[in-house]
Unconditional design. Structure first.
Length: 313
C-alpha cells in the first residue's frame, strides 16, 4: 500500500530490476519519477529500450506496482509487473526503429484510482515527453486461471487459460495486429470493447489522452483484493505464455501504422467474434452462445461472461 514499508520495499525492488535491465532513463538522469499529491509522496518508474530513431513516438508497456491492502497481492499486481519486466528483457535483445518505454506505475489502487494522484494519470499529464506515445500496452491481473461457477478446478483448460484484451477499437492498426495474432498454444485471447468493462486499470489515463491502447487482463477472481491473493495460486505457465504474447504484439505494434484517423463505424466486431470462436471453440456452448458473428452476439457473450467469471464486484 502507498505510504507503507511494503510499498517502499516494492519500489526499491522495481528500481533494482529496471536497473538490471540496463535501460536508459525516460526523463532526467534516473529511472525514478517522483511526484507529490495531497501531501503524499509517490513514484513512477520508467526506462527506455532505445530504438534506432529516437525521434519517433515510443511504444509503452506498463503495469502498476502498488497494492490495495497490506498483503502480497500476487495477482494484483505483482504478476503483471513480472510479465512486463520479463518481456522488456526479451525486447531489449532485439533491434527496432522506435523506443520502447517500460513503465511501472504507482497509486493505481483505491483510494487513488482515477484521481489526480494516480500514477499513470500523473505520468501522462506531467512526465510524458514531447514525442507522446505510439501506443500503450497495459497489464493488470494476468496471473490467474479463470474458473466457472460450480466447476472450480474442473473448469476445462480452454476456459482456464483465457486472456482478455480491450482497446483494439482505439485504432484500426491495433485491431489488425490483434486480429492477426495467433496466441501461443494453450492461451486463448479474446478481444472485447473497453466499454463492456470500462477503464479497470492504467489504460484509463492513456485513453483520456487519446493514445491508442490495449489492456490485457484475466479479470477479477475469488482472491481479488483479498489477503489470499498469494504467489502459490498463480499459473506461471500461463504467465509465460502471456509474456510471449506481449513480446510478439509489442513488435507488431511497434511497426504498425497508427497515424491514420480512427473510423467512426464499428470496425472491430468481426475481429472480436473471431477471437472468441478461436479461443473457445466448442466450449462456446457453455456460455449459451448459439452464434458469434455480429456486435450483438459479442455483446451478449460479454455480458454472460461478466456474470460467469466475476469481472465486477
Amino acid at each position: 500500500m502507498v505510504g507503507s514499508l511494503g510499498h517502499e520495499t516494492a519500489a526499491d525492488w522495481v528500481l533494482a530490476q529496471l536497473g538490471a535491465l540496463d535501460l536508459d532513463p525516460y526523463r532526467g538522469d534516473g529511472l525514478e519519477l517522483p511526484y507529490r499529491r495531497g501531501g503524499q509522496s509517490f513514484a513512477n518508474f520508467a526506462g527506455v529500450i532505445p530504438g534506432l530513431n529516437r525521434r519517433l513516438p515510443p511504444l509503452l508497456i506498463g503495469a502498476h506496482y502498488d497494492s490495495v491492502i497490506p498483503y502480497p497481492c500476487a495477482d494484483d499486481n505483482a504478476a503483471a509487473v513480472a510479465v512486463v519486466l520479463c518481456a522488456a528483457a526479451r525486447l531489449a535483445k532485439q533491434e527496432r526503429e522506435r523506443d520502447i518505454v517500460v513503465a511501472i506505475f504507482d497509486a493505481e489502487e483505491p483510494p487513488y484510482f482515477q484521481s489526480e494522484a494516480m500514477g499513470s494519470v500523473r505520468f501522462c499529464a506531467d512526465q510524458t515527453d514531447e514525442r507522446g506515445f505510439h501506443a500503450a500496452l497495459i497489464l493488470d491481473l494476468v496471473g490467474h486461471d479463470l474458473t466457472l461457477p460450480k466447476m472450480g478446478r474442473l473448469t476445462p483448460p480452454r476456459v482456464r487459460n483465457l486472456l482478455f484484451v480491450q482497446g483494439a477499437e482505439s485504432h484500426p492498426g491495433l485491431a489488425k495486429a490483434v486480429g492477426e495474432f495467433v496466441p501461443p498454444r494453450s492461451l486463448g485471447l479474446i478481444a472485447t470493447l473497453n466499454e463492456y468493462l470500462p477503464d479497470m486499470s492504467d489504460h484509463y489515463a492513456f485513453r483520456q489522452h487519446g493514445v491508442p491502447y490495449l489492456f490485457f487482463s484475466c479479470g477479477q477472481w475469488e482472491h481479488y483484493h483479498q489477503p489470499s491473493d498469494t504467489p502459490e495460486k498463480l499459473n506461471y505457465r500461463k504467465m509465460g505464455r502471456i509474456t510471449e504474447s506481449l513480446v510478439t504484439l509489442a513488435e507488431k505494434i511497434a511497426i504498425a501504422v497508427l497515424t491514420v484517423p480512427v473510423p467512426e463505424h464499428d470496425f472491430t466486431a468481426a475481429m472480436e467474434a473471431a477471437t472468441i470462436k478461436r479461443a473457445l471453440g466448442p466450449w462456446l456452448r457453455v456460455f449459451g452462445t448459439k452464434s458469434m458473428s455480429t456486435r450483438a452476439d459479442v455483446k451478449d457473450f460479454a455480458e454472460t461472461l461478466t456474470g460467469y467469471v466475476g469481472f465486477l464486484d
